[in-house]
Design a protein around this ligand. Structure first.
Ligand code: GRG
Length: 294
């Protein structure tokens, strides 16, 4: 199967697994459940589930365990997007081509939907039917909790908010993105590896790969923010400049930011070298992330 066919099949099974894991709209509290489903279903590139499956593919992990790990990362991601869009954070009205959750519903419902999605992620990952050894499952829960919390994504968001209207150094920007965007990308890769019982040396190599890939993902995001448009991105373009945020483009200029992206692309591929042809899907996904236009 070619890459696009494989990606479409993973996106499709991710959609089904999310649909099954989310509470139905007709169950009380219906408005909260509606908001959770609105924010999660039918949108997004599903990059984190794709990473989880592509890594699990290396180790021939079972599809069921990968589905559960994949949707756990996507649920955390969806929660972070809802909260990030709130008026007290980025105050945005458009996400995935439709009104943000607090615009479609209201702020309180959006806040609670984010909270509930975070809890649901851990509910899914702690399921008895996960189909991995208990010790691996505990490591996976620990990994996702660390990636989501103050030493991961939430911490990165705190650094981001504290840096508004300030010029960061490249090192400070990198530290912020390693946490804010990179931690969950790394978790998606390592959860896939845990599903396949990767050794600690394999986990180390994949951790290095995922850290470089997370930075690549972010640089491309920064470039798209100035080069693309709102309709293509499905979210407000040009926000970084409007909010006076430090980005790779604002600190390095567009040409150097693009050179750094090429460098990170090479480093990401190189970090997979010991896996040989087994890492085909991860190589393809790395190229997809580098070449994406949304
Ligand atoms: C509120 C705790 C908390 C955290 C928010 C990740 C994050 C921190 C905010 C997201 C806002 C943002 C624009 C981050 C930069 C990169 C990024 C994560 C973009 C969105 O991810 P995609 O491109 O989105 O994978 P889709 O919609 O395709 O899933």
């Amino acid at each position: 199967m070619n890459f696009l066919g494989w990606a479409a099949s993973i996106q499709q099974r991710t959609e089904v697994a999310l649909e099954l894991a989310l509470p139905p709209s007709h169950i009380s509290p219906t408005r909260l459940h509606d908001a959770m489903r609105y924010a999660v279903l039918g949108g997004g590139k599903r990059v984190r589930p794709l990473l989880c499956h592509a890594t699990g593919d290396l180790f021939k992990a079972t599809l069921h365990s990968l589905d559960m790990a994949a949707i756990a990362t996507e649920l955390i991601h969806a929660y972070s997007l809802i909260h990030d869009d709130l008026p007290c954070m980025d105050n945005d009205v458009l996400r995935r081509g439709k009104p943000t959750c607090h615009i479609e519903f209201d702020e309180v419902t959006a806040l609670l939907a984010g909270d509930a999605l975070q809890a649901l992620a851990f509910h899914v990952l702690s399921s008895h039917s996960l189909d991995v050894d208990l010790s691996h499952q505990l490591d996976m829960l620990n990994l996702l909790a660390t990636a989501s919390g103050s030493r991961g994504m939430a911490g990165g968001q705190a650094l981001d908010i504290a840096s508004t209207n300030q010029q960061l150094t490249i090192a400070e920007l990198e530290l912020m993105h390693i946490h804010k965007t990179g931690a969950l990308i790394r978790a998606a890769v390592l959860l896939g590896a845990h599903c396949g019982k990767a050794t600690s040396s394999e986990l180390d190599q994949l951790s290095h790969f995922a850290t470089r890939l997370g930075l690549l993902f972010q640089i491309i995001d920064d470039i798209l923010d100035i080069e693309s448009d709102t309709a293509t991105l499905g979210k407000t373009a040009g926000k970084d400049v409007a909010q006076n945020k430090s980005t790779y483009v604002s600190l390095l200029g567009k040409t150097q930011a693009k050179e750094l992206a090429v460098c990170l692309l090479h480093e990401s591929h190189a970090a997979l070298s010991s896996f040989g042809d087994r890492a085909l899907r991860l190589h393809e996904l790395t190229d997809f992330i580098a070449e994406r236009n949304f």
